[in-house]
Design a protein around this ligand. Structure first.
Ligand SMILES: C[S@@+](CC[C@H](N)C(=O)[O-])C[C@H]1O[C@@H](n2cnc3c(N)ncnc32)[C@H](O)[C@@H]1O
Length: 224
């Protein structure tokens, strides 16, 4: 695992933020870690049938051998094997997450052998400009205190034409129902909010699917 520093510079509300659904924590790194650390050990066993959905989401990134891909907020790294299979031995796969316990589980599952695991804030990535061909962010964007900053950061580290997949293995309504939430119009993942947000942060929304089966917003990095 590559330890990376982070900065608590986008402090969100302390306490629950219900309006976008599942974010139950403040957006500062300490709150994120406190929320996710206890979930790490059982993360993979809770929804063991999700693998094909992750593989399908990674397929939408249209990765080619030799490509460089980031799984932002990778958790235990459920998407990393599909990313490695797509980019091959010559490609680069990075899994970045704020929560060390999630990364430790990824390593325990042997995923540190197929990807570089980095403890890093997705909104402040330790990567140079334009180095990536694709970013997957599964279950991440609504956990960010400042989603615009996160999307802007993904644009910074991506080359023009790179693809971004914002993904979740079930749709927003099904997820909200599972968690006892009500969807509200200010949900950052809702298309009317997400499309202009992407446009402001260097991306063009290319496809949007929010069915019971999955949430997938695909975007392409704008030129320049
Ligand atoms: C809902 S989990 C999803 C994990 C994984 N992507 C998956 O689909 O199984 C959200 C993950 O995002 C991480 N996370 C939240 N905010 C983050 C941030 N600002 N930077 C990096 N990781 C973050 C959490 O630690 C957690 O592991």
């Amino acid at each position: 695992m590559m330890p990376m520093s982070d900065r608590a510079d986008h402090v969100g509300p302390a306490g629950g933020h219900r309006s976008t659904g599942p974010r139950h924590h403040g957006a500062d790194p300490a709150s994120v870690r406190a929320f996710f650390a206890p979930k790490a050990a059982t993360w993979d066993t809770k929804f063991p049938d999700d693998t094909p959905a992750y593989e399908a989401a990674v397929a939408e990134l249209r990765l080619r051998p030799g490509d460089r891909v980031l799984d932002a907020g990778c958790g235990t790294g459920r998407a990393l094997a599909a990313c490695r299979a797509a980019v091959g031995a010559d490609g680069v796969v990075i899994g970045a997450d704020l929560t060390p316990q999630m990364l430790a589980e990824a390593a325990r599952a042997g995923r540190d052998r197929i990807a570089l695991l980095a403890e890093a804030d997705a909104s402040r990535l330790p990567l140079r400009d334009g180095v990536l061909d694709a970013v997957l962010a599964a279950g991440l964007v609504h956990h960010l205190g400042d989603p615009a900053q996160g999307l802007r950061e993904f644009a910074r580290v991506c080359r023009p034409g790179a693809r971004l997949a914002l993904f979740h293995p079930i749709g927003r309504a099904a997820l909200a129902a599972r968690r006892g939430h009500t969807l509200t119009p200010d949900d950052v993942r809702a298309e009317p909010n997400l499309r202009p947000l992407l446009a402001r942060t260097g991306w063009t929304l290319a496809a949007y699917d929010d069915s019971d089966e999955r949430y997938l917003a695909l975007a392409v990095r704008d030129p320049g």
